[in-house]
Ligand binder design. Structure first.
Ligand code: FES
Length: 163
């Protein structure tokens, strides 16, 4: 084998030896692996935070909820309802598998579109497959008389806020 054929594996690239060529390939592979490792490490270090809306929201004044009023807060997945001489709030999340329910104003009922559960306006199951009533959420009134709902606090059924 001549010295020329050992030095130049690529006849089109004069002056590059086989050793130089393999060194460059190895260096390139190490660089790609290093960059990949860096990207994965930075992605690992970046916080994986799920941004959710705050659980506390204002629902207006109690006078905005005459008996029978049902308002759906889509972002909070909650109903604020005037009834029982005051105001109360229900979670809109179905207790079967977590679909978001809908208020049927014609039927004065809450229905789940996923598997057909029905609830009355106090959240009680009219028919399943939902195993439990819709949770009642804490409603308080601030000093100015505005209603504040905290969807993270479940309260016993029947606790109506009067403001
Ligand atoms: S998720 Fe509501 S009935 Fe199944």
């Amino acid at each position: 084998m001549s010295e020329e054929s050992e030095r130049s594996p690529n006849p089109g690239a004069p002056g590059t030896s086989r050793r130089d060529f393999l060194t460059q390939i190895g260096g390139g592979a190490c660089a790609v692996a290093g960059v990949g490792s860096l990207v994965v490490t930075l992605d690992y270090l970046k916080p994986k935070v799920l941004f959710e809306p705050p659980t506390v929201f204002r629902a207006g004044s109690a006078v905005d909820y005459p008996e029978g009023t049902v308002r759906f807060n889509r972002e909070q997945r909650a109903y604020v309802i005037g009834g029982g001489g005051g105001v109360f709030a229900l979670s809109a999340v179905c207790t079967h598998l977590g679909c978001i329910t809908r208020y049927l104003s014609d039927e004065k009922a809450i229905a789940c579109p996923c598997h057909g559960s029905r609830f009355d306006l106090e959240g009680n199951v009219v028919h399943g497959p939902a195993p439990r009533p819709l949770p009642w959420l804490e409603v308080t009134a601030d000093a100015a008389g505005n209603l504040v709902v905290d969807s993270s606090i479940i309260i016993p059924h029947g606790k109506v806020t009067r403001a």
